[in-house]
Design a protein around this ligand. Structure first.
Ligand code: ADP
Length: 814
């Protein structure tokens, strides 16, 4: 089936596809066309990785647009949104407009309404539905990429509920779900009332095998000798062998999947011995340039380690890397410049980075709930293996697992090579998921009674799969109680039926996209901080908590009982203040409060951390908001300390401690710091909105929240907030300017240019841009010579600033 023979697409699309090299549709694509994907039919396409699922989605979307409709493409990861948008933008020549919605709090609703194709994550779509984005009602086609992720306990329920909502508001909506090959694609098709195209066809053959001894044993019975010599390990031998086997005049690159970030980093380091000696002079030059770009991304050990490995042709890839790191590595790997990438499974999930050989080095991963090393799911391993083989470049792809003895080899064949992927199972009936989605469903008017809610939930995969309708009803009842008790919804018992409606704060929480439990935790903490020092808690103020204790959920952290009567006022620095936020609400207290919410992943307590943070806890107990668990409540106390560790990271960041020191001190990557900082900023913004909406939280608390948010946003102490508000002035430049005597935006407009230039290390372009952004009339640096003493003061100042230990204990919140 040739693209130009297809009808229903915008003019010229078929020819354009052929010009791109799509001479014939792949068999699963042809099957999708036969199933009616060009005529608005809903479809589930369950086919292997790299078998052209995106084109199936494009055919659906383009034909929908040709009929006058609009399409939404739901991506599984935020990192993929821009990639997909760029891919679809090639249709702009055919009059199709594309938009992407990624931000946490963007208000791009109206602009998006003008686009033909919108790309967004399921969380973003869910948020847009809650906020009543008008274009949602006009959609005619929705694509869900990697729909098997409905199985994911964390994010699956959002995708599931979002699809159910979209289908509810648009009864005729064409739903195209793309899935890896899973055990029960028919159930997904049933749920979505869709045709099913299921196939194990691949554009390039995949051989799966297990390396043991000195050979790979493949599933087709063949063997390839790969000797493990001397000190080499299996992985190094396999990577070297792929590079030495030339096809198309070039050796083959490898992807090595491992089970932790640390392992990815150490594997890459070791593999430089294999790749380094096989590089040409040109490749070395190009890699040196790439390493310089990587070093420019951030100033951390991780960045340095990555650059050092890349100079010798190897790289690591994991979620702790900054986004720029990741895309530089992915591009260079696709360009065959980087010869091997050691990755955690994030790379298997959607990024198009094929390699000749995939090596699944670790097939077990530590799992706390499991209590040890747990074998990976078949689906996950198959997705990693699916990255093997570049169509047109390799004769076939090879995916290799590693065994150190014959029994393990047999086990790996049974467990992964011969096995089918597991069935997908809905995780919706878990309480945290339902808590969030029940509130959103009521707040956005999809349900107004308990029965209405259950009827809505009947459109989910959960309902399609379960034989136990009672369980969903039982969890739903618990969740409704929770939401009522915490004041997010109200029951109206008048009339025959009991109606449910979101309260003002309930609407706010839903629109802010908060887990209701996060909101409840923050409200409790803020009210506690604002409690009058002398009076006993009044009954009115705390009825929610009192009610909650009657329920069966009293072990939930959000149901604090406010027994603490010391605490907030212990600091007693009454002499200190003059209208500024009260001293008892410190950034650390707020960071700790938001780190306790389910919307913030707290840092892990490593060995030795418990003692360390217990000590911090006793030192700074007075600053922490809400009710501390007793030390004897092991799990809750441990959580409390883990949140304190997270809070200390945020506090250090907001006190200008250097990134590399933070990565060392907290055992995290630069990408993790960014993630925590972004989440903290978002939660504090939400806290500020909520604080204004609820009773019992005063204006000083609102100010304290705002200041803590700004400090975490810019990563600076209070005195630099004005300077960091100027574009192009980050935390480091602000500190240097400050130390040179330029303390405010207004100072920048007046200051001696020589001093500005000196403080900015003589960088004229930067200095000009900064002055321009500060509103200076003549920002030109022509003929200006940097003031050396300013430069020295700036350096001395920031050197002090970089002294982490000293800085962290400066008590800079007074
Ligand atoms: P999937 O989403 O299934 O993992 P992709 O849609 O990313 O796979 O497709 C993998 C690659 O195959 C892409 O580079 C795409 O351009 C190419 N491709 C898709 N369909 C065809 C076709 N019919 N002929 C040639 N190449 C194709």
């Amino acid at each position: 089936m040739q693209p130009s023979s297809l009808s229903g697409l915008p003019a010229g699309v078929g020819e354009a596809l052929e010009a791109e090299g799509v001479a014939e549709l792949y068999p699963p694509q042809a099957a999708a066309v036969e199933a009616g994907v060009l005529d608005g039919e809903s479809l589930v396409a369950a086919v292997p990785t790299a078998s052209g699922k995106t084109l199936i989605a494009e055919l659906a979307m383009l034909s929908a647009i040709e009929r006058g409709g609009t399409a939404l493409y739901i991506v599984p990861l935020r990192a993929l949104a821009s990639e997909k948008k760029a891919e679809f933008e090639r249709w702009e020549d055919h009059g199709v407009t594309v938009g992407v919605s990624t931000g946490n709090y963007d208000s791009d609703g109206e602009w998006l309404a003008t686009r033909d194709v919108i790309v967004a994550t399921s969380e973003k779509v869910d948020s847009l539905v809650r906020n009543g984005a008008p274009w949602i009602d006009d959609l005619t086609c929705v694509v869900s990429d990697e729909v098997h992720l409905v199985d994911d306990a964390g994010r699956g329920p959002t995708l599931e509920v979002t699809l159910a909502k979209l289908r509810r508001v648009n009864p005729g909506l064409q739903t195209v779900a793309l899935s890896a090959t899973v055990g029960n694609a028919d159930v997904i098709a049933d749920w979505l009332d869709a045709e099913l195209v299921e196939s194990d066809w691949r554009p390039i053959d995949l051989r799966m095998g297990v390396h043991y001894g000195n050979a790979i044993n493949f599933d087709d019975g063949s063997q390839t000798e790969v000797r493990v010599e001397g000190a080499d390990d299996q992985t190094a031998a396999l990577v070297g062998d792929a590079l030495d086997t030339e096809e198309d005049g070039q050796g083959g690159s490898s992807l090595v999947f491992v089970n932790s970030r640390r392992n990815a980093e150490s594997a890459a380091r070791r593999l430089t011995d294999v790749t380094g000696s096989r590089l040409t002079a040109d490749e070395r030059d190009a890699l040196r340039d790439l390493a310089a770009d990587l070093r420019d991304v951030s100033d951390t050990d991780t960045s340095e380690d990555l650059a050092t490995a890349v100079e010798r042709g190897a790289a690591f890839h994991h979620a702790g890397l900054a986004a720029e790191h990741r895309s530089l590595v992915e591009d260079a790997f696709r360009d065959r410049l980087i010869k091997v990438v050691a990755a955690t499974p994030t790379l298997a999930a959607g990024v198009n980075t094929p390699a000749r050989r995939v090596i699944v080095r670790d097939w077990r991963r530590y799992d706390g709930d499991f209590g040890g090393m747990k074998p990976l799911d078949v689906l996950e391993v198959h997705q990693m293996c699916g990255r093997a083989g570049r169509p047109g470049l390799d004769p076939y792809g090879e995916a290799v697992l590693l065994a150190s003895d014959a029994d393990t080899m047999d086990e790996l064949f049974d467990r992964y090579v011969w096995a089918d992927a597991e069935p997908v199972r809905s995780k919706l009936a878990a309480e945290p998921a339902l808590r969030t989605h029940a509130l959103a469903t009521i707040a956005s008017g999809f349900a107004a009674t308990r029965e209405g809610l259950l009827e809505f939930l009947d459109n989910t995969l959960y309902a399609t799969q379960t034989d136990d309708a009672g369980r969903l009803a039982a969890v739903t009842d618990t969740v409704i109680d929770y939401l009522v008790v915490n004041g997010f919804i109200e029951r109206d018992r008048e009339g025959g039926t009991e109606r449910l409606a979101a309260t003002g704060i309930g609407h706010t929480v839903s629109r802010l996209y908060l887990d209701p439990m996060s909101a409840a935790t923050m409200i409790d903490g803020l009210r506690d901080a604002c409690r009058e020092e002398t009076t006993e808690p009044s009954a009115g103020e705390f009825t929610l908590a009192a009610d909650a204790d009657d329920g069966d959920a009293s072990d939930e952290p959000a149901f604090g009982t406010y027994t603490r009567v010391d605490g907030a006022n212990v600091e007693g620095d009454a002499s200190e203040d003059d209208g500024a936020p009260r001293p008892s609400i410190t950034p650390l207290g707020l960071y700790h409060l938001l780190s306790r919410t389910p919307d913030m992943y707290e840092l892990y307590l490593k060995s030795g951390d418990r003692e360390r943070y217990e000590e911090t806890y006793y030192e700074r107990e007075a600053e922490l908001l809400g009710d501390a668990p007793s030390e004897y409540e092991d799990v809750r106390f441990e959580d409390w300390l883990a949140s304190l560790k997270t809070a200390r990271l945020l506090e250090d960041w907001a006190s200008e401690v250097d990134e590399d020191r933070l990565t060392e001190r907290y055992g995290v990557g630069p990408g993790d710091i960014r993630g925590k900082v972004d989440t903290a900023e978002w939660l504090l913004r939400a806290a500020e909105t909520i604080a204004r909406d609820v009773d019992g939280v005063d204006g000083d608390a609102v100010l304290a929240v705002r200041e803590a948010r700004k400090r975490v946003e810019y990563g600076v102490r209070e005195e630099l907030l004005d300077l960091t508000g100027v574009r192009n002035v980050g935390r480091k430049r602000a500190r240097r300017l400050f130390e040179a005597g330029i303390e405010t935006r207004a100072d920048l407009r007046e200051a001696d240019k020589a001093v500005v230039l000196g403080a900015l290390r003589g960088r004229e372009r930067t200095a000009e841009r900064v002055l321009e952004n500060a509103g200076r009339e003549d920002p030109s640096m022509d003929g200006v010579r940097a003031d050396r003493s300013a430069s020295a003061a700036a350096t001395a100042g920031s050197a002090n600033g970089d002294d982490g230990e000293g800085q962290a204990s400066l008590g800079d919140f007074q």
